[in-house]
Design a binder for this molecule. Structure first.
Ligand SMILES: [Zn+2]
Length: 124
């Protein structure tokens, strides 16, 4: 294994700050106002939903985030954009996955009900 790569991030409050740059980080570290705002963020993956009206629609973007100097949480986390970006630990991510599986089952119920409603009303 190679040694972790470090980079230097110029900040307004602390001058040049040495920080470990994880392999997965795609963030721009040109400058930061405050050292505690230095944030590593990785590539984002989406749930891609095929729609007839708008083609493939991307939803629920998810990616790694790490603020190594954050006074509140300096651990690597995973963020998902819902109404806003929310961060999860691994147990939290498992709960999100369970909720998505449950929601998938709900969507299947809607699909069956829609099919029945359209058949009953005579319009497909
Ligand atoms: Zn980074």
């Amino acid at each position: 294994m190679s040694a972790p790569r470090t980079i230097t991030v110029p900040t307004a409050d602390q001058g040049d700050v040495e920080v470990i740059e994880p392999d997965w980080c795609t963030a721009d570290h040109t400058f930061e106002g405050y050292r505690e705002d230095i944030e590593h963020s990785g590539a984002v993956t989406h749930l891609v939903i095929p729609t007839e009206c708008h083609g493939q629609v991307r939803a629920l973007p998810v990616g790694f985030v790490w603020r190594p100097f954050s006074p509140t949480d300096d651990r690597i986390t995973v963020a998902i954009e819902l109404d806003a970006w929310h961060e999860f630990d691994s147990a939290g991510l498992d709960r999100v996955a369970a909720a998505l599986v449950e929601h998938a089952a709900t969507l299947r119920v809607y699909a069956r009900q829609l099919s029945t409603l359209r058949t009953k009303d005579g319009h497909r």
